[in-house]
Design a protein around this ligand. Structure first.
Ligand SMILES: Nc1ncnc2c1ncn2[C@@H]1O[C@H](COP(=O)(O)OP(=O)(O)OP(=O)(O)O)[C@@H](O)[C@H]1O
Ligand SMILES: [Mg+2]
Length: 353
């Protein structure tokens, strides 16, 4: 499922985030996968802004550097469009239509659901199964994105000499990675409702998943850049120095109580707000657990703090937890990077499906 796809085996998962290019290459290994290569390459500031590629050249040269650094060999790529650019709708169609009949029917009806002229959008759909309340109908997930956005993503991949095979949607990639993580739990973790909270640099991506499908997604404008900016202000550092200091430490003693702790509290507050939005816009009134992802999940103790504030179990996402690793990779470094690789991993997994 995505905006478009062509079948192939080895696929490079490429997350074009607001601050970095993340590359993941997997290899099918028996019933599972092996992580062969990955890398995270910072993007120049403003190359991607407000979820939009603003500088195709800078983004594609960062992609080239990221791939080179990772050592990945495949040149077939899957990337994802931010959910904010995508319109998705669940619609119902008579059960038993052939693929071509379904396609025809959907293209006839799509303009009821999509607020743009149809020749300006890329459209895709997936049959989810029988409609819950009506056995004569199928539930269809319809996904659309404006062509000009799609074209930018294709342009950066092609500029980086890649073949764009799959253009996915960020929250589908997160679903994929989530499914990989929970596959060994009893029942594949299916019945449980998990709120995946991905705290990136600019955005908290909330994705509530049940039966391996998103039942709710929402982006909040909140992320690690707020902490970076506070460090810059307080200690007179450049953006890059502040980002580095967050990771390696060495900031004055007052950093922990006066800057980091308030940011951790703010993260918890934003996560709780995310849950409240979910409850108030759906039939649900609880989740079973929270899965913390994104670079901010690395902040020591934030999982425990959130668990105590939310009164829920909190796990830190590691999409590679069930995979074997290439001997060239360092497990310790990967453990730190893994939570921020949910999208890239979910994309790379598309190669094995
Ligand atoms: N050890 C750490 N401690 C605190 N913050 C960290 C650490 N490591 C990374 N971060 C922060 O995590 C953020 C980057 O996370 P991530 O890679 O998930 O973001 P992104 O995917 O680029 O952003 P977005 O999803 O918002 O587009 C940055 O703000 C970075 O400074
Ligand atoms: Mg991200």
């Amino acid at each position: 499922m995505g905006i478009f796809s062509k079948k192939s085996n080895a696929i490079l998962g490429l997350d074009i985030s607001s601050t970095a290019i993340k590359v993941v290459e997997l290899e099918k290994s028996g019933n599972n996968f092996r992580l062969l290569h990955y890398s995270i390459e910072s993007l120049p500031q403003n190359a991607v802004s407000e979820n939009t590629i603003s500088d195709v050249e800078q983004v594609s040269s960062s992609i080239t550097r990221a791939i080179k650094r990772s050592g990945a060999r495949s040149r077939n790529a899957a990337t994802a469009i931010p959910g904010s650019h995508v319109i998705s709708k669940r619609i119902f169609m008579p059960h038993g239509l052939r693929e071509d009949e379904l396609e025809n029917q959907i293209s006839l009806e799509a303009d009821h659901y999509i607020p743009y002229p149809l020749d300006e959008v890329n459209l895709d759909f997936e049959v989810l199964g029988s409609a819950p309340d009506s056995p004569n109908e199928d539930e269809i997930l319809l996904v659309a994105c404006r062509k000009e956005i799609v074209d930018d993503y294709i342009a950066v991949l092609e500029d980086a000499a890649l073949t764009p095979l799959i253009l996915d949607v960020e929250y589908f990639a997160v679903e994929n990675a989530y499914e990989q993580i929970v596959q060994d739990l009893p029942g594949g973790g299916m019945e449980k409702i998990t709120a995946v909270m991905d705290f990136g640099a600019t955005t908290l991506h909330v994705n509530v998943i049940q039966n391996n499908q998103s039942v709710y997604t929402r982006n909040h404008s909140f992320g690690g850049n707020q902490l970076t900016e506070e460090i810059q202000r307080r200690y007179g550092l450049s953006f890059e120095e502040a980002v580095q200091a967050k990771k390696v430490g060495g900031l004055p003693d007052n950093y922990q109580p006066e800057i980091l702790r308030p940011f951790m509290d703010a993260m918890c507050q934003e996560a709780m707000r995310g849950l409240q939005f979910f409850y108030s816009s759906t039939q649900h009134d609880k989740v079973d657990s929270i899965m913390l992802a994104g670079g901010c999940a690395q902040i020591q103790g934030v999982d425990e703090l959130l668990a105590s504030k939310a009164g829920l179990p909190v796990d830190i996402a590691n999409p590679f937890s069930n995979m074997s690793l290439s001997p060239k990779l360092k497990a310790q470094t990967l453990a730190l990077d893994a939570p921020s690789l949910m999208v890239a991993c979910g994309l790379a997994l598309r190669g094995g499906k």
